[in-house]
Design a protein around this ligand. Structure first.
Ligand code: AMP
Length: 405
């Protein structure tokens, strides 16, 4: 397999799948440039070697064709600033302009293509006709360049034209991952393959059903499985506790009991909350009380873990050598119910400073470490929530397979 470190881009045009799906404000200014910064090492390597880069990405979810609010031209000022050179733009990713601008690129120049998802061929791969359209689209994109680099981990679980299919149109020596995907794969391998024990996974968030496959796969690997957040209540109800108005998936009670049994059989310590913060409304100003986790109350819902739970979770985290965190411990978007999530983030940071390896992934846990200013105190923050979860489930990601084989 070709690697970006070993490749000399001198005189080559590289087409790079990046993830510039960034948030924009109402004036189309980029409000969070993390994803743009994530792509810089790869872009700088290409132009530093004396090559040129053609960048392609999606932005948002356009339904049918071009829409101003989803135009990638809005990221150009931020991107140009970061690269330190003026980035050119093709206002259609397919067609004469994109072809001409790609062909005219000189060493050190960068061209950004308009949103790939203005074409439905980038997405739809269900019917044979759609698959054919996708292949045609990918083939067209491939003609712009000599080499393909995939650096968009966030879309690696999608079998789209730009993330997977395009790789077929390049020789094995001329297709590779960028630095960002390499870092993501290294981080996941540290957690899943070169695991230093004890290994603790902390799974939070709203629903068990979203995470069940991850949980099942992790049961073969972890020493401790910490359950937090809304999904706790499906476990508590299944175990015969009172949950009042707390969020619960009634049809997943059996599944929760199965997880309990499997954990026991495999010698995994299943660490559930022992106490909670109850609220009489889903509102930051709701009346609150604390209660044992088994003692919910009608008219109240559990919106955060309690202090005893924080202590217990922190102890487990501090005694771990490998930590994986996905999903908040409570409704951390509301300041009165963020304490549990903040405490988990702080315990992970403290354990990391003592030598543990910590990987944080999934939209809300990433938002939490960023919100609390702890992102640089954990070992790695994944840029791809869905892709990371699928990788941990043990699934083959089409974007990874297309290059790794
Ligand atoms: P997920 O996308 O599954 O990781 O879930 C994240 C969401 O779960 C966040 O928006 C949290 O506010 C929400 N959440 C966490 N704990 C609870 C809870 N106890 N009750 C309701 N929602 C929760």
């Amino acid at each position: 397999m070709q690697t970006i470190d070993n490749y000399n881009f001198k005189g080559k045009r590289a087409i790079v799948r990046v993830d510039f799906n960034v948030p924009l404000d109402e004036n189309f200014n980029v409000t969070d440039d993390n994803r743009i910064r994530g792509a810089l090492p790869t872009i700088k390597k290409i132009i530093g070697d004396g090559g040129s880069a053609i960048l392609m990405s999606h932005l948002g979810r356009p339904k049918s064709g071009p829409e101003e609010k989803f135009s990638l031209k809005h990221v150009i000022p931020t991107l140009s600033d970061h690269i330190g050179t003026d980035v050119q733009f093709a206002d259609d990713c397919i067609g004469a302009q994109a072809e001409d601008k790609s062909a005219a690129l000189q060493a050190g120049e960068v061209l950004l293509l308009e949103n790939l998802r203005f074409y439905s061929a980038e997405n739809k791969v269900k019917t044979p006709e759609e698959q054919e359209a996708t292949r045609e689209f990918a083939k067209k994109l491939s003609t712009y360049a000599d080499v393909y680099v995939n650096d968009a981990f966030g879309t690696a679980h999608r079998a789209h034209a730009s993330t997977a299919v395009i790789a077929d149109y390049f020789e094995e020596d001329d297709r590779m991952f960028g630095f960002l995907i390499n870092k993501e794969l290294d981080a996941m391998d540290k957690v899943l393959r070169q695991t230093e024990k004890p290994f603790t996974a902390i799974m939070g968030g709203a629903k068990v059903s979203d995470k069940i496959e991850v949980i099942e796969n992790l049961l073969d690997k972890v020493d401790n499985l910490v359950i937090a957040g809304g999904m706790t209540y499906t476990f508590i109800k299944a175990k015969g506790g009172k949950i009042g108005n707390s969020i619960c998936e009634e049809d997943k009670l059996d599944l929760a009991l199965e997880v309990v049994k499997k954990a026991e059989a495999r010698g995994v310590e299943l660490v559930l909350p022992v106490d909670q913060v109850l609220a009489d409304d889903f509102n930051n100003d709701a009346n609150t009380e604390t209660a044992s986790i088994m003692d919910g109350k009608e008219g109240f819902m559990g919106l955060d873990i309690g202090d005893q739970t924080i202590e217990r979770f922190s102890e487990v985290i501090m005694n771990s050598k490998t930590i994986l965190w996905n999903g908040p411990a409570g409704v951390f978007e509301m300041s009165n119910f963020q304490k549990g999530t903040v405490s988990i983030a702080k315990a992970i940071a403290a354990s990391t400073s003592k030598g543990a390896y910590s990987l944080v992934g999934g939209g809300d846990s990433v938002a939490a470490v960023n919100k609390f200013g702890l992102a640089d105190q954990v070992s790695y923050v994944s840029t791809g929530g869905g892709a990371m979860l699928e990788y941990i489930e043990g699934k083959e990601l089409p974007g990874i397979k297309a290059i790794r084989g």
